[in-house]
Each structure stands twice: as structure tokens, then as C-alpha cells.
Write a protein that binds this ligand. Sequence first.
Ligand code: FAD
Ligand code: DHB
Length: 399
Amino acid sequence: MRTQVGIVGAGPAGLMLAHLLYQQGIETIVVESRSRDYLESRVRAGVLEQGTVDTLNESGVGERMRRQGLIHLGIELSFSGARHRIDMHELTGGRAITVYGQQEVVKDLIQARLDAGLPLHFEVEATSIHNLDTDAPKIRFRKDGTSHEITCDYIAGCDGFHGISRPAIADALQIFERVYPFGWLGILAQSKPPSEELIYCHHERGFALFSMRSPEVTRLYLQCAPDEDIAQWPDARIWEELELRLGPEGSLPEGSLNDESLHLEEGTILQKGVTPMRSFVAEPMQYGNLFLAGDAAHIVPPTGAKGMNLAIADVRVLSRALATFYQTGNNSLLEAYSTTCLRRVWRAEHFSWWMTSLLHRFPDATPFQQRLQLSELAYVASSRAAATALAENYVGLPF
Ligand code: FAD
Ligand code: DHB
């Protein structure tokens, strides 16, 4: 097999790249180790930045998102027994986020690819990549017991954190990493969300996040141990813990609780899982004719919802660089790919680390550090300058 750009992985990065390149008349083959059904039902991120929404719309795959996505103009922070709204729309001159599940984005992109009749191979695992510093790099995979090869001009490693692309160039990379001493237990439930906007809760029992997928389906997260045993969390315990973290804390000053109390409606839990949390960046995001994009190159802790948005931003840069090369022969944008992406990546790394540090209970935090955390929360909730910094990062900086 031969193609212009071989793409390993059909997550948001690989699928979006294939779609953007198709629109530029560039040939691609996508190989994905999992089944279509698995990809379309894997519950992950849910918050799209304005720039991600624009990218989906401009490339003609935004129709269902425009109908079903929920536009949010603000978020709430809950701490010390009170809730505070951050009006992102007003603070950012009219920008907003859209709540629309990652697996819905994936469904829309798979459908567009299949409608165009273009190659997308499910349940095909790339086993290795070769000849990266030549002009004919190769992807090797096994199917039906035999070995196959795709010869490409370029390879895009969009195979996530546990893929094969980044390890193939490990010797050429510098790694920056931080592992957090907690994870998130996430559930998807058939019940009305407690609020129309997302609520990020700082609580003495640990962080909680109240999000949603639709007016009838809620997505909720609880801070837990990084290796938490999900078997220890029967449904009743999850609801009880969520209720506690949405409510007041133990030692509140009199009268500090908002009188408007929230109602957490319990419903059938459709899915649950534990995600450990880390910050990770591999530099540079390119070696020879291999380009890494999305989680293959970087990971953020989920607080602030940047993971999928960064994946889309990377492939936007890569698709433009490849289009320029194929149209003009000029490879300067390809050479600048890593530097261009890393500027946005490091901004998102800092923001996600900051949101994580602001909102979680750190097992080894001293009383001094706990007071600093509360002081910073109070500052974000009361200062227009501090709230604007949160808001402009949250909605996503312009491309
Ligand atoms: P992925 O979505 O991981 O896609 C990579 C694809 O490559 C996968 O489909 C994989 O099967 C395939 N692949 C891997 N190896 C091979 C191979 N050898 N051959 C062929 N195919 C291969 N972000 C948020 O913002 N909010 C959240 O709540 C959130 N929750 C998350 C929960 C979990 C459990 C995980 C893992 C991530 C979560 N994220 C979240 C992060 C977000 O989902 C990712 O940033 C996003 O999926 C990145 O997209 P990607 O295309 O780069 O990688
Ligand atoms: C969701 C996930 C996040 O990481 C976040 O910060 C906000 C919302 C979600 O899955 O809905």
C-alpha cells in the first residue's frame, strides 16, 4: 500500500487530521487498533473550546454538534460553602464553550470518512514504524495473520499516550512529566444535571465536578486515589459522596452558604471508570518524517478540559503545514510544526496544572498551603483580572 500521509490512530487527532487533509486533496490511510463500536462508545472529554467548534464547523462536520451541543457562557466555582459564577462570555468579549461528548465528535468524523469512501481500517494494530529519516517512511501492521506495510511521504503518530509512535523515537525526545497523587472517578448517569452550568467544587473531602452531556444525561467526577478500586464504589456510595461534595463543608462560618441549594437527582449509572492524572510533554513533536499529534505527544490532567482541544489544535497546524508543502513545495511550516504546537501545548499544560492545583485536595498539603489555595480561589471569584485569566484560558486562546 502507498499513500501520502499514513495516520496511526483514529481518535480525535487522527480522524480530524484525515478529514482536514481530505479537504486539501491529500491522500491518507488511517489504521486503528480498536473497533468502530468501541471508539463510538468510549466516554471521555466533553468540553469543546470555541476554536474546536469553529474547526468542526468550517470543515463541514459541525451539523449535529450545532443541533445537540450545549453552549455554555459561564462556569461555577464552589468553595467554602458558596458558589461563584465566572461569566466567561462577558470576560472574553463573547467567546463560549460547547458541551458535546468526544465520542459524538468521533462518530461525526467516522461518518464523514466513510461517506467519502476513504480508507479507515478498524481493528488493525500498527506494530512498528520504519525509515523515518528517509522520504519513504513505513507503517507495518498485521491483519488476518499476515504482515502488511504502508509506504508514505509522512507519518502522523495520532495513537494516543500508549501508542507505538512516540516510543519509536524515544532517543530523540526530551520528556517533561508530573504525576498527581490522585485520579478522577467519572460516571455518566441518566439524570437531570443539578445545574445548567458546570460546577467545579473545591471541598475538604476532595474535588468534584458536575457536568453533563444533555439535559437528561449528567457527567460527574469525584477526586479519588490514582489506583482507586472501582469495586469499592457501588452506585449508592458514589451518589452519597457527590451529594456531600456539592454541599457545605464541616467548619463553615455561620451564614456563608448560598441559600439557593442544589438538588442532585440520582439516576441509572450508565458508565463508570477511574482516570489517573498526569502532565506530560515530549519535545520535539517531530522526528524526520514522523509528526506526533494529540495525546501521543502530550497529556494534561483533565481539570480545565484541554486534552481533546489540544489534539484538534495540533492537527489543524499539521494539516495546514502539509497542505502548504503539497501545494508549493515549501516545507517551512512543517519544520516549524513542533515549535508552533508547543507554544499552545505549554499554555494548556500550565492552565491545567493550575486548575488542578487550585481545586484538588493534596494529601500532603500543609495547613499553610491549604490557606493559600482558599485565598487564590477567593481572588479568582472576586477579581475581574483573575477571573479573566481563568476565562480566556478556559474558552481557549485564539489560534
Ligand atoms: P486518543 O483519543 O487516545 O486516540 C488514539 C487512538 O490510537 C486510539 O483510538 C487508540 O486505540 C489508537 N491506537 C493506539 N495504538 C495504536 C496502534 N498501535 N495502532 C493503531 N491504533 C492505535 N480530556 C478532557 O478534556 N476531559 C476528560 O474528561 C477526559 N477524560 C479522559 C478519560 C480517559 C480514560 C482518557 C484516556 C482520556 C481523557 N481525556 C479527557 C483526554 C482526551 O480524551 C484526550 O486528550 C483525547 O482523546 C486525545 O485524542 P487523541 O486522538 O490524541 O488520542
Ligand atoms: C468535563 C471534563 C472535564 O475534564 C472538565 O474540566 C469539564 C467537563 C466533561 O467530561 O464533561
